[in-house]
Every structure is written in C-alpha cells, then in structure tokens.
Design a protein. Structure first.
Lengths: 395, 101
C-alpha cells in the first residue's frame, strides 16, 4: 500500500440536511449496492472539523480523523442524549484512518451514528488503524444490529467495495460485539475472506483488547446497566412524556374547573392544580424514579415496579402534601387508581432502553398490563364523573 | 439484572455443538460457557433474545426467536400489525424510544 499524500482538510461546506423531521427517519441514504464505493467528494462540516488530513490508498482517498473531541462533538453527545437530534446525527459511511495505518494495521468497524464513531475514535489515541464505517442509517451499533441494518450484507459489501483486500495484507476485521445480532461471521468469511473478530462491548476496553491479541475478558464481553447508564437514558423517555402530559394537565384543569355555570378559573386552580401536580409526580415516578431505582424496587416486571413507585408517590402526595381533601373518598380512590397506572405505563416504556429485557418477557407483561391500564382509565373516568355529579349536588 | 423468568425462546442442542466458542464470544450476558469442549447454558433467564448466538452459530446448535424487548415496539406492532421492531432507521417509523440512541 502506498501512503502518499497528506492533503489539507477540505474547506468546502455542505448545507445541513433538511426534511428529516421524523425521529426515526434515515439520517443517511442507504448504499445502493453499486460497488466499489467511492468516498464522498465533500464531508459534512462536523466531520471536516475532525479530519486532520487525507491518505491515498489504492482507488480511494481516505480521511484521517482526530482522536480528540472538540466542542461540537461534546455538544453533539449532549443533544443526542436529550432529543431527537440524534436521529439526524450521522457520519458518511466509508473508510477512515487514525494515525498513519499501513498494510498490517487493524480494521475496526463502526456504525455511522456520529456518537458511535466519536466514542470509538476517542479510544484510539496514538494508534494506527483503519475504521470502516458502515451505513446503519445513522443508528447505533446494537439497535442497528437488531434491525439488521448493521448486517452481513452491508458489511460484506463495504469490505469488498472499499477494496480492503488490497489495502491490508491480513484478513482480520474487528466488529463490535454488540453488532453480532446482525452479523453472520461465517458468511462474512465466505463472501470476503475476512475473519470477524468480535471486539469488546465497550469501546473503552478496545486498547486492552488490542494489546492482549484480540482477547476480551468476560467482563469486557458483558453489558452492564448501572445507575449512571440508566440516568443518562431517562431524558429520552421523560421529555416526550412531559410534553404529552401537558395536554393531560390541560384536560385536568378544564375537567375540575367545569361547573354547572361554565368553566370556573378559581375552581380549575384550586381543585385541578393538585391533580396536575399528582400527575406530574406520577410521570416522574414512572419515567425517572423507576428507571433510576430499578434494581431496588421489588419484582421483575417493569409494570409492577412502576405501579409500586407510583402508589408510593401518590400516597406521599395525598397524605404528605395533602393533594386531596381528607374526606374526599371518591377523588382519593380515583388518584390511587389512575396515577399508579400512569407511572406503571411509563415504567413499562423504559423496557426499550434497557440492556436486558427480552421480547418474550415484554410480551408477557403486556398481556396483563394493557387490559389493566384500560380498566384503570375507565374506572378513573367513572369516578371523576361521580365526583363532579356530587360536586354539583346532582348525586 | 434478571428479567422475567421462564419465558425466553432460547433452544440449544448440545449434539450439534462443535465447541467453536463463538456463542461465548457474542452473548452480551455471558450465558454460555465452555465445558469439556462444548458450550453449556449457565443461566437461561439472563437471555434477552438478541439473537447474536443463533446468527453466529455455524452449526445450527442454537435457536432463538430474536426480537426487541421494547413495550413501545410491541404496542406499535399490535396497532399497525407486523413484527415488533423498534423501527430505528426505517422510513416512516414510529417515534423512537431511548433505544435509538
């Protein structure tokens, strides 16, 4: 292989992508399958910022990327954790270089989600390696592997299309372990001649894995789900839940403000606001408290866990904060039915963020949880109607 | 952490195992172990049905109905029909949960 030139990073700009409002819309066009694959003529600005030069390899010009994070990379991580910004945070698929790799250098595979790419390159300080970014529509490795976009077809096409066989003399390709649900290693070998070595789960273990001759300890092969991991994942559930809850809160205010003479502001405020506060507590209970306290809450079912925290939080609001009048039996009953169910529903949604829930398990939970939620909502509605009729002196 | 017991669809046929050890490499919960040059399942309830083991077992010794353990995906599939997928990266997919990050 010839390492010829290190060029200046390009200065051309690319206009930001538009029309990608839907959260799960593909952030990058899928490869057409027409191989060989050429590098893009111009890289997006956020990628330009981490490109330190270019290398010429047979039939391709490969960008060399920095192993440091700049301010935009750090902001990108925060925004990805907080919002749907992440659905449009992609790196152009293709071959990249770290340091000055040669014919014997390892090839690491990454998804084209920018955060996956950033987490990887950050761990490669002082090394000379190739990074093969495959097109996963801007989605992280594990999810994309589950969907099949981080898959055998895409990887083998990239290996062949980028001419890796002519760039390196060895036939090893290091794939993140969490990509394994989408990759048939034997099929990759048959199609490309490259043997898949599954790297560790976390990119932070890559240096140790590489230094130990592609061996990972059992710890490196196992996913964890620490309280910090869980906390980081909560905003993605919590923020949309709070947005949806705003409409529920408005309904509460209208419902409790409703009088025989119209909607009374004073009534909406005095009777509706405590309900709004209880609902807010239930949202926080299901989408924040339950995920963070997951291992210490009894039972394995997420719906039950959410029900327990929801009941505790509701009790605290009623008896501790006096959200419901002492003699208001109907409203107290409604509160103990509706708010724990809301907390339970939101806790169950968190199954999508965990690293250990199975399809069979969630299916089992939903069989009893969904009818329970429908029943809870119906009974709550009946109780509110009874409360209002009593309030108006009809009952 | 262990999820609900006795529900996973994981099936393993020891007779077909050649002892290559791929399953011990790919399982993110370390449920396979090599004993006497054959894989054994140490804790079946830790399986999350990701399907990495069955996809990478060249000899067909492992079968599992792989899928996403995500309530939102299941709910969506019940409403619109089809298999429960988190939909990340699919055009017109539902609003993604935390899994998409």
């Amino acid at each position: 292989m010839k390492v010829l030139t290190v060029l200046d990073p390009g200065t051309s700009k690319i206009s930001p992508r538009t029309g990608q409002g839907a959260c799960c819309a593909p952030a990058a066009a899928k490869s057409s399958g027409d191989m060989p694959v050429a590098a893009p003529a111009v890289y997006p600005e956020m990628i330009q910022a981490v490109i330190t030069g270019y290398m010429e390899v047979p039939g391709n010009r490969v960008p060399v990327v920095s192993t440091s994070w700049n301010r935009a990379d750090r902001m990108g991580e925060i925004r990805s954790r907080l919002s749907n910004f992440r659905m449009n945070y992609a790196v152009p698929p293709g071959l990249y270089a770290v340091g000055t790799p040669g014919a014997e250098s390892d090839i690491l595979v990454s998804a084209n989600y920018k955060l996956s790419f950033d987490m990887l390159r950050r761990e490669l300080k002082g090394r000379d390696l190739w990074i093969l970014v495959i097109d996963t529509a801007g989605i992280n490795v594990w999810c994309a592997a589950g969907e099949g976009t981080f898959g055998t077809e895409e990887l083998s096409q990239r290996i062949v299309g980028h001419g890796l066989g002519g760039i390196v003399t060895h036939r090893r390709i290091i794939v993140p372990q969490l990509g394994a649900p989408g990759i048939d290693a034997a099929e990759i070998k048959r199609r490309t001649g490259f043997r898949v070595h599954y790297g560790p789960v976390r990119s932070s273990d890559l240096p140790a894995y590489l230094e130990d001759g592609y061996r990972a300890t059992p710890e490196m092969r196992t996913v964890t789900f620490s309280s910090a991991d869980r906390l980081v994942l909560t905003p993605i559930e919590l923020i949309p839940a709070l947005k949806s809850y705003f409409f529920v809160a408005v309904i509460f205010l209208i419902l409790f403000g409703l009088d025989t003479t119209g909607i009374l502001f004073r009534k909406a405020w005095s009777e509706g606001m405590p309900m709004v506060a209880m609902g807010l507590a239930a949202v926080l209970s299901g989408a924040l408290l339950t995920p963070v306290l997951l291992p210490v809450i009894p039972f394995r079912s997420f719906a039950v866990k959410g029900l327990i925290t929801g009941t505790a939080v509701t009790a605290l609001m009623i008896h501790g904060a006096g959200a419901v009048g002492r003699n208001d039996g109907v409203l107290t009953a409604m509160s103990y039915i509706f708010f724990p169910a809301l907390s339970s529903f939101l806790a169950l949604q968190f199954t999508g963020a965990t690293t250990y829930t199975s399809l069979s398990g969630v299916t089992k939970e939903m069989k009893y949880a969904i009818p329970l939620y429908i029943a809870a909502a119906s009974v709550s509605l009946v109780l509110v109607v009874i409360y209002k009729l009593m309030d108006w002196g009809i009952l | 952490m262990i999820y609900i017991k006795n529900v996973v669809t994981l099936e393993y046929d020891k007779e077909l195992c050649t002892g290559c050890g791929r399953c011990t490499e790919v399982c993110p919960h370390g449920i396979f172990e090599m004993r006497d040059r054959r894989a054994v399942i140490t804790d079946r309830d830790r399986c999350m049905e990701c399907g990495a083991c069955s996809r990478n077992c060249e000899y067909g010794a492992i079968q599992v109905k792989a899928g996403v353990g995500c309530a939102q995906a299941l709910l969506q599939s019940k409403i619109s029909g089809g298999d429960p997928v988190c939909g990340c990266g699919s055009p017109g997919a539902p609003a993604g949960g935390a899994c998409c990050g």
